[in-house]
Write a protein that binds this ligand. Structure first.
Ligand code: HEC
Ligand code: HEC
Length: 286
């Protein structure tokens, strides 16, 4: 008790001092200033960096993309009211990285489906284009490597991924991920050989006919499991023979039954053609 009283007495003595106010102010200012200096340079540099990145992206965009997507990515309508190129507000850097990174964009000419082509931009340029599009409106950003890298030697991830794949993807991409036809001349491409990053981005951004599997629908972990499953499948050697396009167990089973039916039918037909069966015909002399 006595001690606290002593300390407070001393404190109040100092408080009364002429320099107490300015000293406290100085300490407070130094602390805030120090904290600001310690915390801000990284983000300040980043803004400077990303401003020039966006400017670079915009320059590339005006040359290669604006003719279809508009100068500010707002989209262009044709006279008949069709989309020449859709608005890119909110599609995010991930969509750009996927579309340009797989060579789909810049589209050669508006058609029914943008196809994979030779990639015409360097990864640096793609990143700049992505930064520009992301600056139009917030959208999904390019995933980090540890989010999409396949874990092919984790059997649990692979089997979970297989389940997610069968529920969400086989309807269009088929059981083996080898792709399939869709109405109106469109198709879901084969997933064999697609890079892990592009697999993740396709799910995240849902190109064309494909639904968007946002991180709320399929968590980043679920997506990574699907990638692990697909990559594990690619590693698994094919044991030869007629794969039937791996269309699935029911269809393959039907094929086996049909083959069996043909074999049995042929057997019956052959036996009905023998001399013995002819002998029993009516009117024949024994
Ligand atoms: C000849 C016209 C044309 C050009 C040039 C073009 N695009 Fe496209 N773009 C389209 C059309 C049409 C679509 C919609 C169909 C599709 O998704 O394939 C599209 C779709 C996209 C999408 C997907 C949008 C979404 O909703 O996910 C992105 C991203 C994109 N373009 C970026 C670009 C970038 C970046 C460039 C320049 C490097 C570019 N495009 C050049 C016509 C074009
Ligand atoms: C409703 C049908 C449909 C479903 C369901 C679907 N996709 Fe797709 N997917 C498509 C179509 C159509 C394309 C082609 C889009 C394009 O070319 O722009 C595509 C493209 C892709 C691509 C790009 C391949 C390439 O060659 O670059 C990947 C990767 C992909 N899908 C993965 C998946 C995964 C993984 C799932 C399940 C989580 C899935 N898709 C579910 C229709 C579908």
């Amino acid at each position: 008790m006595r001690l606290t009283r002593k300390i407070s007495a001393r404190l109040s003595a100092h408080r009364r001092s002429r320099f107490a106010g300015p000293a406290v102010l100085l300490v407070a200012l130094l602390t805030t200033g120090g904290l600001y200096v310690a915390l801000s340079p990284a983000s300040a540099e980043k803004t400077a960096d990303s401003t020039s990145e966006i400017a670079k992206g915009k320059a590339l965009f005006l040359v290669g993309c604006a003719s279809c997507h508009g100068k500010n990515g707002e989209g262009i309508l044709t006279e008949r009211g069709n989309q020449y190129g859709p608005s890119l507000a909110g599609v995010g850097a991930a969509a750009v990285d996927f579309q340009v990174g797989t060579g789909r964009m810049p589209m050669a000419q508006p058609g029914s489906q943008a196809l994979r082509k030779r990639v015409v931009y360097t990864q640096d340029e793609i990143d700049a284009l992505g930064a520009f599009v992301a600056s139009l409106a917030p959208g999904p950003s390019v995933p980090a490597a540890d989010e999409y890298e396949a874990k092919t030697d984790d059997p649990e991830a692979v089997s979970r991924g297989g389940e997610f794949f069968r529920t969400n993807c086989t309807a269009c991409h088929n059981f083996a991920g080898s792709g399939g036809a869709l109405p109106q001349g469109k198709f879901a491409p084969s997933l064999v050989g697609v890079s892990e990053k592009h697999l993740f981005e396709a799910m995240l951004t849902g190109p064309q006919q494909m639904p968007v599997f946002s991180n709320e629908v399929l968590s980043p972990q679920d997506k990574q499991d699907i990638i692990s499953y697909l990559k594990k499948n690619e590693d698994t050697p094919s044991y030869g023979g007629f794969t039937l396009g791996s269309i699935g167990p029911v269809a393959e089973g039907m094929f086996a039954w049909l083959t069996l039916a043909v074999v049995v039918g042929a057997g019956i037909w052959i036996t009905s053609q023998t001399a013995r069966s002819k002998k029993t015909k009516k009117g024949d002399v024994a």
